[in-house]
Design a protein around this ligand. Structure first.
Ligand code: PMP
Length: 410
């Protein structure tokens, strides 16, 4: 008899792990959608569900060379523990680009970590957090354990509806506003310049912290670039120490996601608290990865961004053209100018959760929209990702989806 199959004298039944979880852990929740989406990973299925950057565009050779250069240049230091703030040359590069001091830049392990630690630092039980409807699911997952009270902001094709928000703020005392102004995940929408200015001004006036999550900003394939909320706040509020905007950037979509490198730009009190929170979380972002990224930002990243923009732009155009040609009347989609996603709204009578099961039978998958709403809604919506499907797959997949929708309407 081995130790593992010996009858246990101390534990007659299995341990009550469910009862052991903290109140915060209980709020993590589980996603029914995740279970359905597991099926969509089957190779025969054309998936518009995942939010993955196109792997065939990853600059593998450049990463290999950068890794070699880093090991020759830094030796053991590349593999040693390092400061929580992050690799100074990388922070200096980011700071110069933003016209701020390196002290206002903190390197993070993916912008998902930024959201988690900012949630931990800023959200107390019952604090009102304003979110777009729909919003990035991963932000809700990060914020939920800290017990926020969400208030949804209405949005249209130009992003957050500022008139509606101004009205809401007359009665709602909010602490924090979370927004993805560029090519939002999940809708692909972009906040217009006029609304950006109003949003910065309005939140400043009400003393609301503004978290600007911007992993897609550089991936603009049409239209004119717009200033970030952070950039506007520097001008409107008078410099980094007076800004109420916390900017969250990421190298995941402009270089590679697997190195898990991202950053936060904010006023010093936020950076100082973030350093404490990060020490408890992971001490620092992997030294080696930061150094590799630092090697690539000047040499490879500009051309990489151009490549990604060209490919995603072509895929988005193709997807929209096929949808316009084949989707039944009454189905609407957003027209993203960048990023990786677009959003489809179907007639009211269609629920996209059962629709996904039908779509999978036709070997195509998407993400139903409802989970992206903090407070419910969106049963007739879906998110489609155009970043990692080929033009042929888009052709076949959209035709299959059009048939699935038509069948549900019949
Ligand atoms: N914010 C948004 C809006 C995202 O879409 C993502 C990635 N899906 C993240 C943050 C997290 O990205 P990362 O941790 O790779 O920087």
């Amino acid at each position: 008899m081995t130790a593992t199959d010996a009858p246990s004298a101390v534990s007659p039944s299995s341990f009550d792990w469910e009862g052991a979880f903290s109140p915060q852990a209980r709020r993590l929740g589980s996603s029914a959608i995740r279970e359905i989406l597991k099926i969509t990973q089957r190779p025969e299925i054309i998936s518009f569900a995942g939010g993955l950057p196109a792997p065939e565009l990853f600059p593998i050779e450049a990463v290999r060379e950068a890794a070699n250069t880093v090991l020759s240049t830094y030796g053991a230091a590349a593999l040693q523990y390092s400061t929580t703030e992050g690799h100074l040359p990388l922070r200096e590069w980011l700071a110069a680009r933003a016209g701020i001091d390196a002290a206002n830049v903190q390197i993070m392990t993916g912008s998902q970590q930024s959201l988690d630690l900012l949630g931990k630092m800023l959200i107390g039980e019952g604090d009102v957090v304003l979110v777009e409807a729909p919003t990035y699911l991963g932000a809700l997952q990060s914020f939920n354990p800290y017990g926020p009270q969400y208030v949804q902001m209405a949005a249209d094709e130009e992003g957050i509806d500022l008139d509606a928000l101004e009205e809401q703020l007359k009665t709602v005392k909010a602490k924090l506003l979370y927004a993805v102004p560029n090519f939002q995940n999940p809708t692909g929408r972009t906040l217009s310049l006029e609304r950006r200015q109003r949003l910065v001004e309005l939140t400043a006036r009400h003393g609301i912290i503004l978290i600007e999550d911007d992993p897609y900003g550089a991936i603009r394939f049409s239209g004119e670039p717009l200033p970030s909320l952070y950039e506007l706040s520097l001008k409107m509020c008078g410099g980094p120490e007076r800004s109420h905007v916390i900017y969250s950037g990421s190298f995941s979509k402009v270089l590679v996601p697997g190195l898990r490198d991202a950053w936060v730009q904010a006023a010093l009190p936020i950076i100082r608290k973030l350093i404490q929170a990060k020490q408890g979380a992971d001490l620092h972002t992997p030294t080696f990865n930061q150094m590799i990224i630092s090697e690539l930002v000047e040499t490879v990243m500009p051309a990489q961004i151009e490549r990604v923009k060209a490919v995603y732009g072509e895929r988005a155009q193709h997807m929209m053209a096929r949808m316009d040609a084949q989707f039944p009347a009454g189905v609407q989609h957003t027209t993203p100018q960048g990023g990786m996603f677009l959003w489809v709204t179907l007639p009211e009578q269609i629920d996209t959760v059962p629709l996904l099961e039908q779509a999978v039978k036709r070997l195509v998958a998407f993400v139903p929209g409802a989970p992206f709403y903090a407070l419910g809604g969106g049963h007739n919506t879906m998110r489609l990702s155009f970043s990692s499907a080929t033009l042929d797959q888009i052709e076949t997949g959209i035709a299959a989806l059009a048939q699935t929708i038509q069948e549900a309407l019949d």
